[in-house]
Design a protein. Sequence first.
Length: 232
Amino acid sequence: MVRAVPENDINIARYIDHTNLKPYATREDIIRLCDEAIKYGFYAVCVNPYRVRLAKSYLRERGADVKVASVIGFPLGATPTEVKVFEAMRALEDGADELDMVINIGALKDRDYDYVKRDIEEVVKVAHERGAIVKVIIETCYLTEEEKIKACELAKEAGADFVKTSTGFGTGGATVDDVRLMRKVVGPDMGVKAAGGIRTYEAALEMIKAGANRIGTSSGVKIVEGRKNGEA
């Protein structure tokens, strides 16, 4: 899944999940997000569960090759597994192609690894039954290096498709070091998504070089335009 790509060969837009998870995002904001995804060729839009149906129907009506991602247990990860499963099922019914779920951070810190793994497994099960993929947000800003490694290992054991750095709502976002560590732990055949604080083309490129094969950002347009203009 991961390979070295010369900078000139990178279609940065196809790495991007164009994101608007603001609690005050309006219908017009989501339509604008979708229009930008179509215009720039972003891989996906990422929206809150309430907006999945709108985004899916709008993109489908236009025949757009853009996936719809949504978030589960967001942004704290502290809801019970049964609630995450219900939320996942509803998002999938409304048209989500991908689910970005937040790990139970407190349980991880308690070393309740069986619970953390089962929490992920249950969401993965309902997603995979419907042909959707799951990205597990480990929220690196709250974790020690040992905990980051364990979180990645548990996500991989649970059958998740990606590990993801951050919600963007924590005390910190993606770092090159964290992406590099996550890639090392999960190996070449699992996805790594860098998200949180990535606002320039140069920052996105550094994440890709470190091993990310998806970028979550609300600055997708700025990133793509920055590359066109030769800006960092």
